[in-house]
Design a protein around this ligand. Sequence first.
Ligand code: SPQ
Length: 423
Amino acid sequence: MSMKIEKIPYARGELSVPGDKSISHRSVMFGALGKGTSEITGFLKGADCLSTISCFQKLGIEITEEKGTIYVHGKGMHGLSQPSGVLYTGNSGTTTRLLCGLLAGQGFPAELDGDASIRKRPMGRVTNPLRSMGAEFSGDFCPLTIHPGKLHAICYDLPVASAQVKTALLLAGLYADGRCVLTEPEKSRDHSERMLQAMGADLTVDGKTVTVSGEKELFAQKFEVPGDISSAAFYLVLGAILPNSEITIRNVGMNPTRSGVVEVLKAMGADISVEQERLSSGEPVADLTVRSSVLHGTKIGGALIPRLIDELPVLAVAAAAAEGITEICDAQELKVKETNRIRAVVDEFVKCGIDITETEDGMIIRGGKTPSGAEFKTYGDHRMAMSLAVLAQIADGESTLDDGACVEISYPQFFEDLYRLGR
Ligand code: SPQ
């Protein structure tokens, strides 16, 4: 249903964003494989992570909640049981790809399916290397059936920097004979490595290479999930581009494999301070404050891309507000997200008069002109919806979104938090 995007006069105040989506998924999945009960605080109750919970319940794992803490009653490495029906992964690429790797090493077949967006997302990037380890798959798109096999360790150079591919192969590697050696072209988010090591996995990291051995036991953990930097990014951009604003976001995950957005915004001239830096369950965390700033264009590419891949739509909003040219390159991975995020950003920005050109692997934005309000489309993509809601704040006139409800995927209370900053 179409909704009007309210415009706030400024954004001022403090907030905590919901828990990190990547860490929330992994805490349930890895907790299920551990011996004992894992405790998760700060878990993101967004639709994607709820899909992960529902899949693991179908795989025979008891998951309970008390006073906001999630308890995953792990059954050890060989405790999952055959689900009676299809495992439905909703809109979640992480759930789907990580389950391909994990289920490849079980003693039963299983079928995965998701929504219309998931059915279009390529699974060959995980099914192909998993086939070479000994598993079989009915195809390379959902719905797909996984026929596990006796898994053999592989040495594999990932063709793309992807934490989903890396983690799917690490999970399969936990069931393989020998040592799997995985090398990425650039380093992607490393939450899996940190969490699996803490749970007792025989896993080592050397630059862009991760090595894991099979047939080791994992043990339950307490996971404190930090605020999601990908959600904080909407306020970092909003606070920088909206006049008269100052926002403090508490307890944000600042893992160096995720914090590229802060570096890029600072390089564009954003006034951001990083305070109270600390470690929480092995993850760097900090409080971030952003103040209204004059931004200028920049170049975003290379090794930075995996460190801010999900923040590129909202960084494009910052670029539209900035003086001068911003070039985003090496970002072809954006084409296989919930929607083609290069095409979606370009089409929606053109609607409101922003000077933007689509390129093979990114976009070029000539910023600094006030956009006009528009009837925006989200393409059912949560990050498009929130980025466009931020863009609408600096546009002349009214804007609408065709489907604001998709923020449910990663940030259910996004609009409440946004509007509260303007009161
Ligand atoms: O889970 P999903 O749907 O793939 O979610 C997205 C997102 O924007 O929330 C991507 F569309 O995040 C991915 C991210 O892009 C989550 C993720 C992870 O938790 O491992 C890794 C990244 O994907 P990839 O393909 O680079 O591994």
